[in-house]
Ligand binder design. Sequence first.
Ligand code: NDP
Length: 232
Amino acid sequence: MRILITGANRGLGLSLVKEACERGHEVLAGVRGPGSSVEKLQPLIEHYGEQLTLLPIDVSDENSIRYASEQAGARFDGLDVIINSAAILLGRDQKLEQLDVEQLEQSFQTNLYGPILVLKHFLSLLRKGEQQAVINISSEAGSSAGAYGGDYSYALSKSALNMFSAQLRAELRPQDILVHAVHPGWIRTDMGGEQAPGDADASASGILDLVERRTAAEDGALFIDHRGAPMR
Ligand code: NDP
C-alpha cells in the first residue's frame, strides 16, 4: 500500500512510518517544514531508500498542502491510505477564563482544517488507489461523553474532527473507502508525556492492522480506539 502520514517526524507519526515501512508499505512521510527535526526519520530514510519519501507538508497552510499534493500527484499514480496524525495541544490545563482565542484558532487550523484540507487536495489521488482508507487521529478528549472541563481548544477541535470524519465517511461510502476517527490511547510522546501508559509503536501497529483490514471496527463504529473498539 502507498500511505501518506502527516506529522511523521516524531511521536505517533514516526511510529506509523516505522511500522508501515517494516510491513513493506510505501510511505510518504509528511513533515511540517524546514524547522522540523528529521533526526529520527533520517535512519529510516537511509534504511528504506525509495520506499520512504519525505514530503514537506504544513497542515496549517493550504498552499503547502496543495503543493504537496501536486508533488505527490506528479510522482505517484495513486494513493491508498491517508493518516492524519499531525496535531497540536495548546493551552493545556487552561480553564475557560484563561482561554486564548488565538490558540483556539491555531488548534482548529491544525487539528481540524488540516485534515479537511489534506483530504480536499489528496482525494483525487486517493480515488485512484486500492483498498483505500482514511484514518483521522482523534482523541478521547473529543468525546462529548468524556468531557472533562479542560483543554478546550484541543478537545473542541478533535470533537469537530470526529464530525468531519462522519461527513467524509458518508461522502466516500459509495466508493467503499474506509474512514475512521481513531483514539490512539494515551501514549508516550512529546504530547502524551512520559507518564503515559501506552506505547506509540503498539498504537501504530493497531492502526495499521485496521488499514490492512486485519482487524475491523466493532459494529462498524466510526470513532474507535487503535484496536477497533468503539469510543463513547
Ligand atoms: P506529538 O506532539 O508528539 O507530535 C506532533 C506531530 O505533529 C509532530 O510531528 C509535529 O511536527 C506535527 N505537527 C504539528 N503541527 C503541524 C503542522 N502544522 N503541520 C505538520 N505537522 C505538524 O504528538 P503525538 O504524536 O502524541 O500525537 C499524534 C496524534 O495523536 C495527534 O493527532 C494527537 O492529537 C493524537 N493523540 C495523542 C495522544 C497522546 O497521548 N500522545 C492521545 C490522544 C490523541 P513538528 O515536529 O514540526 O512540530
